[in-house]
Design a protein around this ligand. Structure first.
Ligand SMILES: [Zn+2]
Ligand SMILES: [Zn+2]
Length: 247
């Protein structure tokens, strides 16, 4: 049976009239600020607040790790010190936070930049204050495909909340890196090596820059960005991500 155009339009029209539903519990959203989640579900968003490696932000299993030596680094950092000075993540990549990042990044729900940015702002209190915010850039071909850079949207929201400036075009991704999924630590590092170049060294020299990204996995991508920024004369490079994985 042939379907008329009206069959396709009705659900979309109805969705404009009816309020949206919470993506997790399906409850109707009424006066929530969050466009995809109700207040109760959003409150369950993962947070990382405990003791962490002061360099890469990897959470320690126990408080004792830092009680006698606040500069105690995790095993990974002792083995190979990252190019960035400090990294923090707001929460674990799990549950509502993982769902929100997926909707934001792959389903075009860009209004989530605001609540995710607010979540990131909370993590920012654990860093020394940066001078500028900078997004991890996408390769131009990936940007054309996705139509927006999720890291830049997060930066803009964070800038609006914190009053910090954004350097949107300080770095350029000159190599498209194949997906990192399924690669070992070593292979991931090799996969992204030298993928970024600094485009505005005069804007970077002597600055304390906070690199913003959605998820930190091995840190290979931000580490490569930090390496380029440090070579261009950045004073400090901090990393802030909404989530980190694996737990
Ligand atoms: Zn809900
Ligand atoms: Zn570490």
């Amino acid at each position: 049976m042939e379907r008329s155009i009206a069959d396709f339009r009705w659900p979309r029209l109805l969705s404009l009239i009816l309020p949206a539903r919470c993506h997790t519990c399906r409850r109707y959203l009424r006066d929530e600020e969050n466009p995809c989640f109700c207040r109760d579900c959003w409150e369950t968003v993962s947070r990382i607040d405990g003791p962490c490696c002061p360099r890469c932000g990897k959470p320690f299993a126990s408080e004792a790790a830092l009680s006698h030596s606040p500069g105690h680094l995790c095993g990974d950092c002792r083995e190979r010190l990252p190019h960035f000075d400090r990294a923090v993540s707001a929460g674990w990549f799990e549950g509502v936070l993982a769902e929100a990042i997926h909707l934001f990044k792959y389903r075009g729900r860009t209004l989530l930049a605001r609540p995710l940015g607010a979540h990131l702002l909370h993590a920012m209190t654990r860093l020394p204050e940066p001078d500028d915010l900078m997004p991890v850039p996408l390769h131009p071909s990936r940007l054309r495909q996705r139509e927006f850079n999720q890291s830049l949207l997060l930066c803009d929201n964070l800038a609006a909340e914190s009053g910090l400036s954004v350097i949107p075009d300080g770095l350029e991704r000159i190599r498209e890196t194949p997906p990192q999924i399924g690669l070992s630590h070593k292979d991931r590092r090799r996969n992204v090596r030298r993928a970024f170049v600094v485009r505005r060294p005069e804007r970077i020299e002597g600055r304390r820059i906070a690199l913003i990204d959605d998820v930190l996995t091995t840190g290979a991508t931000v580490n490569d960005c930090a390496r380029a920024l440090k070579r261009a004369g950045a004073d400090q490079v901090y990393v802030m991500t909404v989530a980190r994985t694996p737990k």
